[in-house]
Design a binder for this molecule. Structure first.
Ligand code: NAI
Length: 342
């Protein structure tokens, strides 16, 4: 057998044996929205992750039991269970260490992430309530857009239910980092898996702020106009996919990769591995918005330390300042939804 490196798990297959860099590999992960465009490839990648011993797939779609049977035929040790409809959500998430949520409607051409808000905020509210009542210790990884608003909705519902722990609620912004690394890899002619770029702010349009001044390597561009164009490309990359799919949805495969990478990092940190850092949209005491994306050190309870950001360039300072009103508005939209409906 050739050696195959599984990027999502941090483990290495050699022949029929799996050598793990971590000691524990028995976590239950629930995917809520598992039958969707993101949910299916995400579940596939998680089925390959040796830290996951039980993958609980939840969705309202009739295909859900079929997705679970399909995945269950893959010869990895992880058990796969299927849970369909609101009445089976509780059993899907009970005792889960991580609940990943890609449930919801995606964008169509001409729609902004905010256009999704009403539908998606409602389902995030219901899922957060179920988490509070059935697995308050779980770490929530929220993929559902608009992340800038759905994360405050989940946090506030958990608070109302008496189950809020800011360390455990994270919006998944990994795709912004993945894209930034890919674009620098192309530009610099280097392996994109070796590139690192912190992305701060939020997860929509102008609130996505890639810090190219802190990337490694720094981009091979000469002018501020080039940096501006690269920044815009990252900010608009989601729309690039929406337009290319011409009504068929938004990013699914790259998002599944990003969410699997993020979940793997969360699990590795849970299992005691040190120095695991990911960018995520989390409760923040570092600046004016109550939620903000930046690098966080992951640990046994989710966010161990918010690493914040510093030494950003004058251009980055300018776009961050311009993004603040939008981010604050998005967070407020989340709060208003919770208190209008409860
Ligand atoms: P999709 O429509 O293909 O899949 C969504 C799935 O959620 C469907 O299977 C649907 O049946 C299920 N669902 C709907 N309501 C549910 C509920 N109450 N409980 C359980 N499952 C439910 O959509 P896709 O493309 O997978 O996108 C999902 C979400 O992810 C969208 O909100 C999209 O905007 C967001 N997204 C987030 C990104 C990020 O970077 N955070 C990137 C790309 C998309």
């Amino acid at each position: 057998f050739a050696s195959i490196k599984l990027l999502t798990s941090g483990n290495v297959f050699i022949g029929a044996k799996i050598f793990s860099v971590t000691s524990q590999r028995n976590y239950k992960v629930a995917v809520v929205g598992a039958s969707g465009g993101i949910g299916q490839p995400l579940s596939l990648l998680l089925k390959l992750n040796s830290l996951v011993s039980h993958l609980a797939l939840h969705d309202i779609a009739p295909i859900t039991p079929g997705v679970a049977v399909d995945l269950s035929h893959i010869n990895t040790p992880c058990r796969v269970t299927s849970h369909k409809g609101p009445e089976q959500l509780a059993e899907a998430i009970r005792c889960a260490s991580v609940v990943v949520i890609p449930a919801g409607i995606p964008r169509k051409p001409g729609m902004s992430r905010d256009d999704l808000f009403k539908t998606n905020a409602g389902l995030i509210r219901d899922i957060a309530k179920a988490v509070a009542r059935n697995c308050p210790q779980a770490i929530l990884a929220i993929v559902t857009n608009p992340v800038n608003s759905t994360v405050p909705v989940a946090a506030e519902i958990l608070r109302i239910e008496g189950a809020y722990d800011g360390r455990r609620v994270m919006g998944v912004t990994t795709l912004d980092v993945v894209r930034s690394c890919t674009f620098i890899g192309e530009l610099n002619g280097v392996d994109p898996t070796l590139v690192s770029v912190p992305v701060i702010g939020g997860h929509s349009g102008s609130t996505i702020i890639p810090l190219f001044s802190q990337s490694s390597p720094i981009p091979n561009v000469c002018s501020l106009a080039d940096i501006r164009a690269l920044t815009t490309r990252v900010q608009e990359a989601g729309s690039e996919v929406v337009q290319a799919k011409a009504g068929g949805g938004s990013a699914t495969l790259s998002m599944a990769f990003a969410a699997a990478k993020f979940t793997s990092s969360v699990l590795r940190a849970l299992s005691g591995e040190k120095n695991i850092v990911e960018c995520a949209y989390v409760a923040s005491g570092l600046c004016a918005p109550a939620f903000f994306a930046n690098p966080v050190l992951l640990g046994q309870y989710g966010v161990e330390r918010n690493l914040g950001f510093n030494c950003i360039s004058p251009f980055e300072t300018e776009i961050l300042r311009n993004a603040m009103p939008e981010l604050l508005k998005n967070i407020q939209t989340g709060y208003e939804f919770v208190y209008r409906r409860n």
